[in-house]
Design a protein around this ligand. Structure first.
Ligand code: HEC
Length: 136
């Protein structure tokens, strides 16, 4: 979170938390319905993350992607176990589904978006993201 703290200088902490927490309560409490990822699927999602997420979130999930510095709300450190314990599976799912809208640069990947990811693909990506902090 050191990187986040330094990039957040001058921004309100409330803006940061709102940017991360607009998940409807009924979605925030959902548990991940997708099965744990077998190794072949881990490799697939690692490629997806590298191709579509790493430019902001960093290849290792720590938030140090080359475009991270340009964001008003910088990507969080997904390797920070204490922080990630504050995020529910439903919250992670919803941010990938709906994106940040006008709150932050997080793109939407859900069925209605240009990316057109299925629910199963998004929930599986949540499993993959949990691995950065050793929580899956
Ligand atoms: C253009 C930059 C950008 C790209 C590309 C991007 N993100 Fe994000 N993402 C953000 C920002 C900024 C946030 C808001 C800060 C935060 O919560 O990390 C965010 C938030 C998130 C969150 C919520 C994390 C939390 O703090 O609760 C998840 C999960 C996430 N992104 C996953 C992904 C995945 C998976 C991809 C690729 C499929 C991706 N992001 C692509 C910038 C990006």
């Amino acid at each position: 979170m050191v990187l986040t703290a330094s990039l957040m200088a001058g921004c309100l902490t409330t803006a940061e938390s709102e940017a991360r927490d607009d998940t409807p309560p009924e979605i925030a409490k959902l548990e991940n319905p997708a099965p744990e990822l077998p190794d072949s699927r881990v490799r697939y999602f690692a490629r997806q993350f590298k191709g579509k997420c790493a430019r902001c979130h960093g290849a290792d999930g720590s938030g140090g992607g080359e475009e991270a510095q340009a964001q008003d709300v910088p990507p969080a450190d997904l390797t920070d176990a204490a922080y990630m314990r504050t995020r529910s599976d439903g919250q992670l799912y919803y941010q990938i589904l709906a994106g940040g809208g006008d709150r932050c640069a997080m793109p939407a990947f859900g069925p209605e978006s240009d990316h057109g990811w299925t629910d199963d693909k998004i929930w599986s990506m949540v499993h993959f993201i949990r691995r950065f902090a050793g929580q899956d």
